[in-house]
Design a protein around this ligand. Structure first.
Ligand SMILES: *[C@@H]1O[C@H](CO)[C@@H](O)[C@H](O)[C@H]1NC(C)=O
Ligand SMILES: *[C@@H]1O[C@H](CO)[C@@H](O)[C@H](O)[C@H]1NC(C)=O
Ligand SMILES: *[C@@H]1O[C@H](CO)[C@@H](O)[C@H](O)[C@H]1NC(C)=O
Ligand SMILES: *[C@@H]1O[C@H](CO)[C@@H](O)[C@H](O)[C@H]1NC(C)=O
Ligand SMILES: *[C@@H]1O[C@H](CO)[C@@H](O)[C@H](O)[C@H]1NC(C)=O
Ligand SMILES: CC(=O)N[C@H]1CO[C@H](CO)[C@@H](O)[C@@H]1O
Length: 496
């Protein structure tokens, strides 16, 4: 979301959007300077390629806490012209992603970043396609860090002279990248895990993931989820020089919207709730093996609703989080502080949130864990100054789609650490929109990286009380239903 201030100018035509996207953080000075001299251009390119190298190599992003990419509204994908059985066919109609179907005698050639398809094809088929299998097609700079794959269609009779298969698979391949913004949990779910689910669940685990920009830490971080999507070990495409042979492959992933699934674009009208069921299945075995701490065992027996406060250090931390926790206890919550590290095991975060009734946190990538909350739970996102748009786009709207009771808490200027740094009439406090209009770098520096929150607990407490009341009435309705299943006509089939 490198350019999220642009969104306040929406709606844009698609062309405008693409042009704006070129003027992205790392590139805007490249594009806007009119005709730089050759030497300057050379230096800029050198710097730029260095930057790309840097981005593609480093797990720096691992420690980031904010979506990096730009967002955009989903453009409805044109009717898919590819037949699932065509030897090589790419759907490039989507704004967020391209993907290709391969059928026939498929062989990998990792040294040339190739997939060869030997097939009796009609001359109308294109004989070579190129694709970067990553779901941020509209963001040129990040896409250029993704390896480009060549998909070459060859006549079937030429396969005799091709490299023989070293490994023959009788299940299809799904090919994608774990590069780009992988390392930021928002992007890991939005650009990776949800699209992987959308693309591969149809194979019912009988599928092999072939990965470019492969990271073994990613494989271990998501091993629980991967194990319910595929029964086979993943292939590290670039490091594996063997010729793998398949009879079917999909290169690239499908994607719908920010942290969301659009039922109309799935075969069975699926929703994010189905994805959540998959997470539940994925984490159950691991969670069963985690010994419950004493307070958690007690928690199961108690009637107070559980609140998880997702904490941050540094920028966007809640300075008085211990007072917040005390206030929430007083209102009647059982409070757990969750401070996710990049290395915190996902199953433990799932355990904490799946067993909670409410979550509070300041806008940031950790809010992605709203996906772990049970439907009808409460999610209060604390929105620091200047971040209204990002908060709604990345987490507010997805939370509503996930069936959570979402509330945003926009802090007042006096609840921001910026109030101590700027005069009370400064535009930074009075008019964040005008500051955001200066560009993403400014937004990032001032509002994302330079701001902490000190909640006015008199003001915030009202939200806590309201959430608590809502949850109690929900819990008592549930208890009532359990006592007297007949009282709810809609629940007839499930009562037991
Ligand atoms: C291509 O066609 C020939 C002759 O019709 C057939 O023998 C061969 O199996 C076909 N190959 C493939 C890969 O379909
Ligand atoms: C393969 O078949 C095509 C036509 O179908 C023919 O032009 C070509 O010579 C054949 N190549 C070989 C190696 O047999
Ligand atoms: C699809 O599912 C949604 C709820 O997830 C429901 O409201 C809608 O009616 C369903 N549509 C169809 C065509 O089944
Ligand atoms: C998540 O919570 C639900 C409802 O309390 C429970 O049935 C389910 O087993 C939990 N999932 C895991 C993985 O523990
Ligand atoms: C945050 O700060 C606490 C206390 O200063 C420290 O123990 C913890 O390791 C820090 N966590 C992160 C993620 O930096
Ligand atoms: C207004 C308020 O409650 N401020 C407190 C927030 O938390 C910090 C540290 O936890 C305290 O020092 C403040 O007094």
């Amino acid at each position: 979301m490198a350019n999220h201030h642009h969104r306040s100018l929406l709606p844009h035509s698609r062309k405008d959007q693409v042009e704006e996207d070129f003027s992205n953080v790392s590139q805007h000075w490249l594009v806007r300077k009119p005709r730089p001299s050759f030497i300057r251009l050379f230096f800029l390119l050198l710097l730029f390629s260095f930057l790309l190298l840097f981005i593609s190599r480093l797990p720096v992003l691992l420690f980031s806490d904010q979506p990096y990419g730009e967002a955009m509204s989903p453009f409805p994908s044109a009717a898919n012209a590819c037949s699932i059985s065509s030897p090589l066919c790419c759907d490039r109609s989507g704004f967020r992603t391209d993907f290709c179907f391969l059928n026939g005698d498929i062989r990998t050639g990792s040294s040339s970043s190739s997939f060869f398809i030997f097939s009796n094809y009609s001359s109308s088929s294109s004989s070579e396609e190129r694709i970067r299998p990553y779901t941020r097609k509209w963001e040129v700079p990040v896409m250029s860090t993704i390896d480009e794959l060549r998909l070459s269609l060859r006549p079937a009779n030429s396969s005799v002279s091709a490299r023989a298969c070293d490994v023959r698979h009788d299940v299809p391949a799904v090919v994608f990248s774990t590069g780009g913004y992988t390392g930021n949990v928002y992007h890991e779910f939005n650009d990776g895990i949800i699209p992987l689910y959308l693309t591969s669940r149809r194979f019912n685990r009988r599928v092999i993931f072939v990965i470019i920009e492969y990271h073994s830490w990613w494989i271990s971080k998501y091993s629980d989820v991967l194990s319910v999507l595929s029964d086979y070990p993943a292939v590290d495409f670039s490091a594996d020089s063997r010729t793998h042979c398949f009879s079917q492959a999909i290169v690239g992933l499908q994607i719908h919207d920010e942290l969301a699934i659009d039922g109309q674009r799935t075969e069975n009208n699926e929703s994010i709730a189905d994805f959540r069921r998959l997470l539940n299945e994925a984490y159950r075995p691991r969670i069963r093996s985690i010994p419950l701490r004493e307070e958690e065992t007690q928690g199961k027996l108690e009637s107070r609703p559980k609140l998880v406060i997702v904490c941050r250090n540094g920028s966007r931390a809640i300075e008085n989080e211990s007072e917040l926790a005390a206030s929430a206890e007083e209102v009647g919550f059982r409070v757990e502080l969750l401070r996710p590290h990049p290395t915190t095991e996902m199953a433990k975060i799932y355990l904490a949130l799946n067993s909670s009734d409410a979550m509070i946190g300041v806008h940031g990538a950790a809010m992605t864990h709203l996906l772990f909350m049970r439907p009808e739970s409460v999610f209060i996102q604390i929105v620091p100054l200047g971040l209204d748009w990002a908060a709604a786009e990345y987490y507010g709207n997805p939370a509503v789609k996930a069936g959570l009771r979402y509330e945003r808490y926009r802090i007042l200027a006096r609840e921001s650490s910026l109030a101590m740094e700027y005069g009370k009439d400064d535009p930074v406090l009075r008019n964040p929109e005008s500051v955001n209009a200066r560009g993403w770098e400014t937004t990032k520096k001032v509002y994302l990286d330079g701001q902490r929150v000190r909640l006015d607990l008199v003001r915030f407490r009202k939200r806590l009380v309201r959430a608590h009341r809502f949850l109690l009435s929900k819990l008592s309705k549930k208890a009532e239903q359990r006592r007297n299943p007949a009282s709810n006509v809609n629940d007839g089939g499930k009562g037991n």
